[in-house]
Design a protein around this ligand. Structure first.
Ligand SMILES: [Zn+2]
Length: 417
C-alpha cells in the first residue's frame, strides 16, 4: 500500500509558482533530522476560481521535486472532493481527501442503521481510556443516533473510494476522509463510530480530518481556547489508536488538521501531544503562499508594490463577492480595513508588515490579511502581469514563502530552531 509518512504537510500553492520554495522548507527540516512528506493540495473551488486543472498541480510537484533531486515520497492531494467533483482529479492525484460534510445528517436505510447498531453492540458500555478524563459513555441509543447522522456519509465515502480504486488500483493512493467543514465538532464517541463505519466499509483511511472547537479562519491565528482544543485533540488521537486496533484500519491512520494555516496558538499543543503519544500528523495548510507572494512583491517595491496596492484597492471594492465563498472561514472587521487612499501612500515595509503574520509587529492587520487572502481571484484576472512580476522578483518572493513555511509553521509545530 502506498503509505503516507508519519509527519506530512499539505501545502497549497494557488498559482503554482512556489513549489520549489515550499519544498526547500521540507528539505531544510530533513537536514535537521525531521522527515516530513510534502503533499501539494488544491481544491476544486480553487481550481475553478483560478482556472487551473488538477494536472497542473501534478506537473508542478513532479517538476520541483525532480529539479531539487528530491527522491523521497511526495503526493498530490485532490482536496475536498466529493462524488460530483472527483472525476477530473483521479488521474493526476495520488492522495484523495474525500469530503463527506455535505452528506452528514442525511439518513441511510433503516435496515443498514439497524445492522450497524447490531455490529456495535459490544461497545455499548463505559469505555475507559488512560489519557481521557471521563469514560466514554456509550449506549445503544447513542450508537443508533450516530448511525442516523453519519452512516449515509460513510456509505458515500465508500462509493467515492471504490470509484477511485477501480480506476487507479488498490493501494496506489492515500485516502483521507474529511468532515471539518460542518458547523459543530464531532465528539470522541462520534469519531469512534465514524471510524468503525470506515473500518466496516473497508475504506483504508490513512488520515481523518474532524471538525474541532474554535474558529480556523484562513491565514490567521486560532480563535478559541487552546486548552480546550488540546483536550479534544488528545481524546481524538487516543480514540484513533483504539480504532486502529479494533476496526482493522491502517496502522498509520493519523489526524489531519485542516488548519487554514497560521494556527500558531495551538501548534505547541499539537506538537507536545503527538510527541507524547508517538503519533503522526498531517497538517494541511491553506493557500497562504499567495499572501507570501503579495508580501514579497510589496517588499520588492516599484511596480510590484503598486500592483499589490491595486489588488488591495480592488478587493475593497469587491469585498462581498470575494468573501462569499469563504464566509465560514474568515472574520473580517470592516472598520479595521484601511482605505485604499491611505494604503496608496504606504512604503514597502508598511505594506509588508501589515500583511505578514507577525503578532508582535504593531502594523500587523489580520483583517487586511484575510481580505487579501480571498482576493487571489483579482490576481488571476491579471495573470500575465502578476506572473511576470513574480518572475522578476522570484528570489524575494521565494524567501518569503520559505520563511513562512519553515520558520512560522514547521519550526513551531515540530519544535525545531
Ligand atoms: Zn478542510
Amino acid at each position: 500500500m502506498k503509505t503516507l509518512g508519519k509527519y506530512s504537510i499539505g501545502m497549497g500553492d494557488r498559482f503554482g509558482h512556489q513549489g520549489s520554495a515550499q519544498l526547500k522548507a521540507v528539505i531544510e527540516a530533513g537536514r535537521k533530522g525531521l522527515e516530513i512528506t510534502p503533499v501539494w493540495n488544491k481544491s476544486n473551488r480553487e481550481h475553478i476560481i483560478i482556472g487551473t486543472q488538477p494536472e497542473d498541480v501534478r506537473k508542478e510537484a513532479d517538476e520541483v521535486t525532480s529539479k531539487a533531486g528530491f527522491t523521497k515520497p511526495y503526493f498530490v492531494d485532490a482536496d475536498h472532493i466529493n462524488s460530483d467533483t472527483v472525476d477530473r482529479f483521479i488521474d493526476s492525484s495520488d492522495f484523495f481527501t474525500i469530503d463527506v460534510a455535505s452528506y452528514i445528517g442525511k439518513k441511510s436505510d433503516d435496515e443498514k442503521i439497524e445492522e450497524f447498531v447490531v455490529r456495535s453492540v459490544e461497545y455499548a458500555q463505559e469505555l475507559h481510556f488512560s489519557g481521557i478524563k471521563e469514560p466514554l459513555v456509550i449506549t445503544l441509543q447513542k450508537i443508533k443516533s450516530i448511525a442516523e447522522k453519519y452512516l449515509y456519509a460513510a456509505l458515500k465515502a465508500q462509493e467515492i473510494y471504490r470509484k477511485i480504486e477501480k480506476r487507479k488500483g488498490e493501494g496506489t493512493f492515500v485516502t483521507e476522509v474529511s468532515m471539518d467543514e460542518v458547523p459543530h465538532p464531532q465528539t470522541p464517541v462520534e469519531l469512534l463510530f465514524i471510524l468503525k463505519m470506515l473500518g466496516d466499509l473497508k475504506i483504508p483511511a490513512q488520515t481523518i480530518a474532524p471538525k474541532f472547537s474554535g474558529r480556523f479562519n484562513k491565514g490567521v491565528d486560532y480563535t478559541g481556547d487552546p486548552k480546550k482544543f488540546a483536550a479534544e485533540f488528545e481524546s481524538d488521537i487516543i480514540v484513533i489508536d483504539f480504532a486502529i486496533r479494533e476496526f482493522g484500519l491502517p496502522a498509520n491512520l493519523k489526524m489531519s488538521i485542516h488548519s487554514g494555516s497560521d494556527k500558531f496558538a495551538i501548534y505547541p499543543f499539537i506538537g507536545n501531544i503527538i510527541r507524547k503519544h508517538n503519533k503522526g500528523i498531517h497538517l494541511k495548510t491553506a493557500g497562504t503562499t499567495w499572501l507570501e507572494e503579495v508580501t514579497g512583491l510589496a517588499l520588492a517595491g516599484g511596480e510590484a508594490l503598486e500592483f499589490v496596492k491595486d489588488i488591495y484597492a480592488g478587493a475593497l471594492e469587491k469585498k462581498q463577492e470575494l468573501c462569499a465563498p469563504y464566509a465560514d472561514v474568515i472574520d473580517i472587521d470592516k472598520a479595521r480595513l484601511p482605505l485604499a487612499k491611505e494604503v496608496s501612500g504606504w512604503s514597502s515595509k508598511k505594506f509588508a508588515d501589515s500583511v505578514r503574520h507577525v503578532n508582535t509587529n504593531i502594523d500587523y492587520n489580520p483583517d487586511m490579511r484575510q481580505l487579501i487572502h480571498v482576493a487571489y481571484k483579482l490576481a488571476a484576472e491579471r495573470s500575465d502581469e502578476f506572473f511576470s512580476l513574480l518572475e522578476k522578483n522570484s528570489e524575494q518572493v521565494a524567501d518569503c514563502v520559505f520563511e513562512n513555511m519553515y520558520r512560522r509553521h514547521i519550526c513551531r509545530l515540530f519544535d525545531l530552531d
